[in-house]
Design a protein around this ligand. Structure first.
Ligand code: ACO
Ligand code: ZN
Length: 298
């Protein structure tokens, strides 16, 4: 089933107004049919996520609406960026509206059928008017498979600026504190896969290159390029699940068969390229684990 067919047949909301943005939805979302059918634009309160059919309704709502940030507990703050942990069992109305909003940009994932079992990590950017929703990811409270992300979304006006990777980094930071190896729920969307691939490669390269440097300095083993680190060590340092580390090493093309086993070999050019990219990326969004106030519930 192609995305286009889906869009043509099912898309039921033509436009939304959300804070200072207007967005064209990508997919169907189960907003009440009688409300959205034939409607030019759906107006959504950017703080409580309540939806109404006209600007005048929204204005009336905004007079009453006290909310200036998501519900739940603010567990991270670094500059203007915050994360709120929202419990699907406690803040049902907010979470239902969050799922409706995010379904507009998600092809198949739909979690509202039983939001009780999920936590939602909502990322916002603050200014003097309040904490504006940038994106979120959801996570099942108890996952036998150690999934650390169920669903992830950056709202379209904020996409391709590094917020997706910041949320992914955040999800692995939670896994580190839980002492678990995590992985996102499958299937991933095309953009989801691109974002994870990019995060995984950068994170694994960070480790390989710092190890490589240490080895070069210590024993000066010249140009042979081998990195003396095991896949298990990489997993432990990153909380990335073994399968994902292996597929990343394969994508990076650094696994070499040697004397009956695989070793990681880094070409010098790769390290140079990595260091150049690192310099260019100096201004990129980065998570600061010191700003995260969170311990796993036992
Ligand atoms: N085209 C090409 N590359 C892209 C695109 C795109 N449209 N979007 C992201 N990427 C790449 C970027 O180049 C970047 O890699 P780089 O840093 O090496 O250049 C990487 O993916 C991440 O980019 P970010 O800016 O950090 O990600 P963004 O904030 O745009 O969020 C996300 C990514 C969450 C997947 C976003 O595209 C989105 O919300 N999509 C709609 C919902 C969706 O598909 N969610 C994932 C479903 S799978 C799941 O939930 C487990
Ligand atoms: Zn509101």
């Amino acid at each position: 089933r192609s995305h286009n067919v889906d869009k043509l047949l099912l898309k039921n909301v033509s436009l939304i107004e959300f804070g200072r943005y207007r967005m064209k939805p990508w997919y169907f979302s189960p907003y009440p049919e009688d409300l959205v059918t034939g409607l030019e634009c759906l107006f959504i309160c950017e703080f409580c996520l309540k939806y109404v059919a006209s600007l005048s309704c929204l204005k009336r709502h905004l007079v009453k609406c006290q909310r200036k940030h998501p519900p739940g507990r603010e567990i991270y703050r670094n500059g203007s960026i915050s994360f709120f942990e929202v419990d699907g069992r406690k803040d049902k109305e907010y979470v239902k509206n969050l799922c409706l909003l995010s379904k507009l940009f998600l092809d198949h994932k739909w979690v509202a059928y039983d939001s009780d079992i999920f936590l939602f990590y909502v990322m916002t950017m603050a200014d003097n008017r309040g904490c504006h929703l940038v994106g979120y990811f959801s996570k099942v409270k108890e996952s036998p498979e150690n999934y650390n992300v169920a669903c992830i979304l950056t709202l379209p006006p904020y996409q391709r600026k590094g917020y997706g990777k910041l949320m992914i980094e955040f999800s692995y930071e939670l896994s580190k504190r839980e002492g678990k190896l995590g992985s996102p729920e499958k299937p991933l969307s095309d953009f989801g896969l691109l974002s994870y691939r990019s995060y995984w490669s950068q994170t694994v390269l960070d480790i390989l290159c710092s190890y490589k440097k240490a080895v070069w300095m210590e024993v000066d083993d010249g140009d042979d390029g081998r990195v003396k680190i095991s896949i298990e060590q990489i997993c432990e340092l990153t909380s990335i699940k073994k399968e994902d580390v292996i597929s990343t090493l394969q994508n990076l093309n650094v696994l070499t068969y040697y004397q009956g086993g695989y070793v990681i070999v880094l070409a010098k050019e790769m390290v140079t390229k990595y260091e150049e990219r690192k310099k260019a990326a100096a201004g990129e969004l980065k998570l600061d684990p010191k700003c995260l106030y969170w311990t796993p519930k036992l």
